[in-house]
Design a binder for this molecule. Sequence first.
Ligand SMILES: [Zn+2]
Length: 247
Amino acid sequence: MRDLITVQGMVLSVMPMGEYDKRLVLLTRERGKITAFARGARRPKSPLLAAANPFVFGSFSLYEGKNSYNLAHASLLHQFTELAPLQPGVWYGFYFLEVADYFGREYTDEREMLNLIYLALKALLRPGADNALVRAVFELRTLVIQGEYPDVFCCQNCGAKENLAAFSRAAHGTLCTSCRRTAGDAQSLGGAALYALQYIVASPPGRLFQFTLAPKARDELCRIVHTYFRAAVDRPFKSLEILQKSL
Ligand SMILES: [Zn+2]
């Protein structure tokens, strides 16, 4: 008799299998990223019909097999069905899931990542949401959680904490006015974008998506974060390609 375990988490991706089944990738608090099969989930009257969809948060009861899990039942906390009709918002959402899948591993602690995705999806649903800003916050904070983020609190050349005026990906952080020439890829950094970088790295999770930026500072922040993020990952993301085509 196999054991039934219950995990808290969310559905990152769903693949149809055979005629009636689905293969799910789940990000969970207790087991990290795992694969689970939802037998019969494509039948119209299946009790797993609602649970076996991307963006679903809840608790999942699973039978543990040798190499994978079988979903027995689920109780849903949040389905994010409001996201589906939002264009291009829903593609930002799929991108966040793909990034979580990229970094997720079995048996790692995914609580912070789960919380970040939940907050980022909520932020996309706000009326008038600045999706590009939500994406930049999500990308940089993901790198913070993964421990691969730039130092934006002092000059990477001389250690000064003041007059930070540029950002260099190669130097992994900020540079002061005297040292900005030491990095060939240094980009100018205005005060608002600098403050936003520091805020995203250091603020408590619940406050992450609670600020706005004027368009110029927002574009500066996004450019810096996207360039840094792209260099930190070793493959393109499919959902990002779709997102860019939809803009
Ligand atoms: Zn310096």
